[in-house]
Design a protein around this ligand. Structure first.
Ligand code: TYM
Length: 344
């Protein structure tokens, strides 16, 4: 062996957590931020955290290589600008820890064809007539590998990832039943309030970097004026009352949730605070709190992207730390399933 692997500067007894985001747009949006990133930042205090850019998953969407490279760096920079501390948490690219793809294969071989066919993401995309590749079909098994590689106790994600976590738990249990106790069964960490931020132009659809129109998306890289404009023209309803009711008042409810999560004010307090006031007032207040949260973020992101070599060094250090854990898991997995130990 060459140099000693980097050791995580964290207490080894701390449980591990892991999560990832795909670099499939030019910027993360407020849904990624509130649904996941905010929790990543909070959890890194108490857990040994692994946060990665899911660049292998992004290959399921055909993308220009130069664009993919740029988006991968932007996504990593946004993790850090949003508060992930790369000294404390491992920040890395999925493709740099090649064991993810290996364990993904093992997971494929544990998954029934029918089981994979029932995954909603695959069903939805193929139902829309999208020309799906096999990578999209096996996407959940690679995601299971990402998680099980690190014996993650919790996986902080938004609501849309729940089914993926369920199949991950099933696969871990199946592996352990068939081959003996080897993999930790993870728990989802999905916070009810922020788990599904809706798009501003159609508040019945989730905010999505790949499906929402630009006007419906609050991008973390948007100029303050742009963010304000998008919020001021958010679709609401024909009533006047500011009340949380996602069934009949999806737009107003979404704005209340955004405000509530960013300021830590319970929605019922906000309802009281805005009683008798108009939607314009609510939107102005939401714009204020969004700008306050995203303002410092933009300058930090620009700084990080100005120095891609330093960003790449951070990613390399993160991958080195992750690879130490991944190698140990792969040794256990190889042994359990009957693959000969890899030569050193
Ligand atoms: P991705 O890249 O689609 O989304 C990244 C994270 O943002 C959350 N999210 C939302 N939360 C609330 N409201 C929204 N409108 C919203 N939109 C997105 C997602 O739930 C997610 O937490 N398959 C994953 C990436 C992945 C992964 C993993 C995650 C690959 N391997 C292992 C966890 C563990 C994905 O496509 O997320």
């Amino acid at each position: 062996m060459g140099t000693m692997p980097a050791q995580p500067p964290t207490d080894a007894a701390r449980p591990r957590i892991l999560s990832g985001m795909q670099p499939t747009s030019d910027s993360l949006h407020l849904g990624n931020y509130l649904g996941a990133l905010v929790n990543w930042v909070g959890l890194q205090e108490d857990f040994d955290a692994y946060y990665f850019v899911a660049d292998l998953h992004a290959l399921t969407v055909p993308t220009d290589p130069e664009v993919l490279r740029r988006r991968t760096r932007v996504t990593a920079a946004q993790f850090i600008a949003g508060g992930v501390d790369p000294e404390r948490s491992a920040v890395f690219c999925q493709s740099h820890v090649t064991a993810h793809a290996e364990l993904g294969w093992v997971m494929n071989c544990l998954t029934a064809f029918g089981e994979a066919s029932r995954m909603t993401q695959f069903k939805d995309k193929t139902a829309k007539g999208q020309n799906a590749n096999v990578g999209l079909f096996t996407y959940p098994m690679l995601m299971a590998a990402d998680i099980l590689m690190y014996d993650a106790a919790y996986v902080p994600v938004g609501e849309d990832q729940r089914q993926h976590l369920e199949i991950t738990r099933d696969l871990a249990e199946r592996f352990n039943t068939r081959f003996g106790p080897t993999l930790a069964v993870p728990e989802p960490y999905i916070l009810k309030e922020s788990a599904k931020i809706m798009e501003l132009t159609d508040p019945t659809s989730k905010m999505s970097g790949t499906n929402s129109p630009d006007k419906g998306l609050l991008l973390l890289s948007d100029e303050p004026n742009r963010l304000r404009k998008k919020i001021m023209s958010a679709v609401t309803d024909t009533e006047t009352e500011i009340r949380y009711d996602p069934e009949t008042k999806a737009g107003v409810s979404n704005l209340l949730v955004i405000h509530s999560v960013l300021t830590g004010t319970p929605v019922t307090d906000l309802e009281a605070q805005f009683a008798g006031r108009g939607y314009g007032d609510l939107k102005k207040a939401v714009a204020e709190v969004v700008l306050e949260a995203v303002g410092p973020f933009r300058s930090r992101m620009a700084e990080l992207l100005d120095d891609p070599a330093e960003l790449d060094r951070i990613l390399a250090r993160g991958a080195e730390r992750a690879a130490v854990v991944a190698a140990a898991t792969m040794t256990r997995v190889r042994d359990a399933v009957g693959l000969l130990p890899a030569a050193r």
